[in-house]
Write a protein that binds this ligand. Sequence first.
Ligand code: SF4
Length: 215
Amino acid sequence: MTIPTPEFEALRDRALVCTDCRLSETRTNVVFGVGDFGADLMFIGEAPGKNEDLQGEPFVGAAGQLLDELLAGIGIERGEVYIANVLKCRPPNNRDPRPDEIESCKGYLREQIRMISPRVVVTLGNFATKLLLRTETGITRLRGQRFDWWLGATLVPTFHPAAALRGRPQVREQMEEDFALIRQILDEPPVDHSESDGASDEVLMVEDSQMELFN
Ligand code: SF4
């Protein structure tokens, strides 16, 4: 486990008392994120749910257990990765995040990604995937692919674990395929992006305009 930098701890301390949007009025706990600051692999979901809000930790409960199982299937423990959400506070009744809430909160996620600098970023579900890839294409069409992304990371979209719990059995099978792809990417030698001569056929490039989220 890599010790977080003072800069990262200051970011977390700021988030834990944040009142920059209306969600601060209804949350129980700020759910900043959890895991290894030195992680090569980072998961990003939508927003805390009821259990996360109560415990202050992302992906607890049944969805978190499934995430742990999928990780174990590729030989990785939860403590080796970093897990966060786009929004750090729970929207009441799990309603969709609103644009002004995303705008207020996105700086925390941007700085988490910049400081952790993972090799692979996995978006869990439609919301996080559409937001981070700046696309309207749904998760069903995007999953199973890899995208060259911000700061040299590779982004892999997959379903939200809750979708596998309530959906068809095929959803879990497809998530297992996506996790196999994650393992494959992590096993590849790190790419020096400064000397890259372009993406291979299976790698889809994310255009600069799609980085607007973090501008
Ligand atoms: S959701 Fe984000 S911006 Fe809003 S109060 Fe929580 S930490 Fe602050």
